[in-house]
Design a protein around this ligand. Structure first.
Ligand code: ZN
Length: 483
């Protein structure tokens, strides 16, 4: 069965055939680093992390690029409010971004290009567009001339005259057409700027993604992903810029994730129902948050509310318990692989057959436009069986070998889902529970120090370090983290 993807460009599921056989160039629009990212933005980071790891698991050589927008109106506004340089804001929230995606269990991209480190490349793109007549200069600004790109709006399917009607209210007199968008913005007083052939200024947001995508993945890439809110105008404009420059198809498959809703409303800062991923990670484990996103199909909406979150917590717990039962049952057991079917009873043979069958069901679901809810259902069917077998006393060596294969399959799935805490020595527990235990230890250490028993205080720190836990003392008290 071939892998199929829903392509926003053609509005249908298509067989996935990469531009170069065996290789996948995958681009995801990254964050604008002006604040901690909200839990809605965690969704593309998590689901596309799973998809690219799944593609790798299926044997593709995947190159994954995510840009960091580190110069933008929002960053400048924030910096001016706080009276600090914009690069300080960008640096602070770039660091926070990396901390948070790591906590979300997201594997690092192959490249994280930053807008401010690609100004020359962006200028090069804009120069080429001016030269071939698709861009024009007005008072130090450069605009893209949408009328020169006949295929404009092919991704969103919007009608140009309707768009114009909607835009009429905020027409900028200097643009030839309200739909024309800025490639380069002349610097206003107090704004950061770079030298360019059109004077001091900074790049427009859309330009950086065209430039970085083409620079790191080539002129035609396989997959470009992002939230559905980016389809128009951001991705539409990326197509217009790139294809007007190269004359080649920019992206073969456009894939977009649905919104995260709170009580049916699109969650965003402006609506006031803002929860950062960081806040959510304080309350829920990485595995529970990943399960929460994967239990729904990526294209549909997700409701961010207590009930599905609690359900995700229970589900993640079920998976972790099933895995840990297997792990403990197989501890210090020598298993002979491959399994010798002749040594198995009929019932055990059925269990052994379930392993390739489950893998097949799982892959069939993932190959159908990354249908993670169905893939997860295949896992639950499977662990129902492993739970039954793991409880049995007196398993034969051949039966234990089947159990070992079952454990391997869970690890195989987990290598791209990241929904099971597979670290040994009890760390498979929910993070919140470990945190509860750690608080007791930190309080006892605090008490020892208050009573001037520094020897005991140091001993607690030392012993925890041996167990892979680092204690950090600060003005707000002590915190802990894994080494
Ligand atoms: Zn982008």
């Amino acid at each position: 069965m071939p892998l199929k993807l829903y392509n926003t460009l053609t509005r249908q599921k298509e067989e996935f055939v990469p531009v170069t056989p065996g290789r996948v160039g995958f681009y995801l629009c990254g964050p604008t680093v002006y604040d901690y990212f909200h839990i809605g933005n965690a969704r593309p980071f998590v689901v596309f992390d799973v998809f690219r790891r799944y593609l790798r698991y299926r044997g593709y050589q995947v190159r994954f690029v995510m840009n960091l927008t580190d110069i933008d109106d929002k960053i400048i506004k924030r910096a001016n409010e706080l009276g600090v340089p914009s690069h300080e804001i960008a640096q602070k929230y770039t660091n926070a971004f990396f901390e948070d995606i790591q906590k979300l269990g997201v594997q690092p991209a192959d490249v994280y290009p930053k807008a401010t480190e690609h100004i020359d490349d962006i200028i090069h793109l804009i120069e080429a567009l001016i030269k071939n007549g698709t861009a024009y200069v007005v008072d130090g600004d450069v605009y893209y001339d949408v009328s020169k790109f006949p295929e404009y709006a092919k991704l969103s399917g919007k009608k140009l005259d309707e768009l114009n009607a909607g835009e009429r209210v905020k027409v900028d007199e200097r643009k030839d057409d309200p739909l024309d968008f800025a490639l380069w913005k002349a610097a206003k007083p107090g704004e950061p700027w770079w030298e360019s052939p059109w004077g001091k200024g900074r790049p427009g947001w859309h330009a950086e993604c065209s430039v970085m995508s083409m620079k790191y993945l080539g002129e035609s890439i396989d997959i470009h992903a992002g939230g559905i809110d980016l389809i128009f105008p951001h991705h539409e404009n990326e197509i217009a810029q790139s294809e007007a420059m190269t004359g080649k198809p920019f992206v073969k498959y456009w894939i977009h994730n649905g919104f995260l809703d709170i009580d049916g409303e699109k969650m965003s800062k402006s609506l006031g129902n803002f929860s950062t991923a960081r806040d959510v990670l304080e309350k829920f484990s990485t595995t529970a948050i990943r399960v929460f996103f994967l239990m729904k199909h990526y294209r549909g909406p997700i409701s961010f509310s207590p009930e599905p979150l609690q359900h995700a917590v229970k589900t993640a717990e079920r998976l972790n318990i099933a895995y840990n039962l297997l792990r403990r049952r197989l501890e210090n057991v020598e298993t002979k692989m491959p399994v010798n079917r002749a040594e198995l009873s009929g019932e055990a043979q059925n269990f052994a057959d379930l392993i390739p069958k489950s893998r097949e069901n799982f892959n069939a679901a993932m190959d159908d436009d990354f249908n993670t809810p169905e893939a997860m259902a295949a896992i639950f069917d499977f662990i129902r069986e492993t739970n039954r077998w793991v409880e049995r006393a007196n398993l034969s060596p051949a039966e234990l070998a089947v159990l070992a294969e079952a454990k391997n399959l869970l690890e195989e799935w987990n290598s791209f889902l990241g929904v099971i805490e597979t670290r040994p020595a009890g760390s498979g527990m929910d993070h919140a529970r470990v945190d509860g235990v750690m608080k007791i230890l930190l309080d006892l250490r605090q008490q020892a120090r208050a009573e001037k028993n520094f020897k005991l205080g140091d001993e607690i720190r030392h012993r925890l370090k041996e167990a892979g836990v680092i204690i950090e003392d600060g003005p707000q008290g002590s915190r802990w983290r894994w080494e």
